[in-house]
Design a protein around this ligand. Structure first.
Ligand code: ITT
Length: 196
């Protein structure tokens, strides 16, 4: 089964490929080149659908299955910031480093070193006229220090529940067992079993 990934995030691509060893996973860039998609939805679900549909509509192969992922980190002590704005927390086009620095400064402004946080992932699956979405979450704490270089995005700040290390220190082999993306993908595989 060939899956087209509607993401240009290298960290996500690496994780999807690791979690879908039995499938042929190809990125949309390999088929369509660079493409800008305006993510103007007001939820992870809305943005995931926007991305998957935008890619499916451009593909010549209408038998293709397109999967997108819209995700982010939410910090209740900050009113659930950055949430759907995680990729552009420090401004449009900001790097992971800049986003992490902004989150660290917000945590420091609360006068604390760590606070509960959770990641959300919404995966949208588009196949012919079908659009399905599934969600997954991972809870833990976000800290005011970047530790480790594994993973991507906010991982060096995030200590998953039950661990005393950040995802920057834990290998992908560990993250892939319980991450928000892994949980959503487990459900997505059930959807694929039904529609294909
Ligand atoms: P695509 O839209 O091309 O998929 P993106 O990076 O813009 O790539 P999102 O709009 O879904 O993707 O933004 C997600 C952001 O949330 C991402 O840039 C990371 O900063 C963060 N994020 C999501 N999942 C993460 C994870 O597993 N580990 C670390 N950070 C994560």
């Amino acid at each position: 089964m060939k899956i087209v990934l509607a993401t240009s995030n290298i960290g996500k691509i690496k994780e999807f490929k690791k979690m879908l060893p039995e499938m042929e996973v190809i990125t949309f860039k390999e088929l369509l080149g660079d493409m800008e998609i305006i993510e103007d939805g007001e939820s992870f679900k809305a943005n995931a659908i926007i991305k998957a549909k935008a890619i499916y509509d451009k593909l010549a192969d209408k038998e293709a299955v397109v999967i997108s992922d819209d995700s982010g980190i939410s910090v209740p002590a900050l009113g659930n910031e950055p949430g759907i704005y995680s990729a552009r927390y420090a401004g449009i086009g900001s790097s992971d480093k800049q986003n992490n620095e902004k989150l660290i400064s917000k945590i420091n402004a609360l006068g604390i070193e760590r606070t509960p946080a959770f990641y959300t992932a919404c995966i949208a699956i588009v196949y012919k006229d079908e659009v399905c979405t599934v969600h997954g979450w991972m809870h833990g704490m976000v800290t005011n220090k970047e530790v480790g270089s594994a993973g991507f995005g906010y991982d060096p700040l995030f200590v998953p529940k039950g661990f005393d290390k950040t995802l920057g220190e834990l290998p992908l082999e560990v993250k892939k067992e319980f991450s928000h993306r892994a949980k959503a993908l487990k459900l997505a595989k059930k959807v694929l079993d039904v529609i294909l």
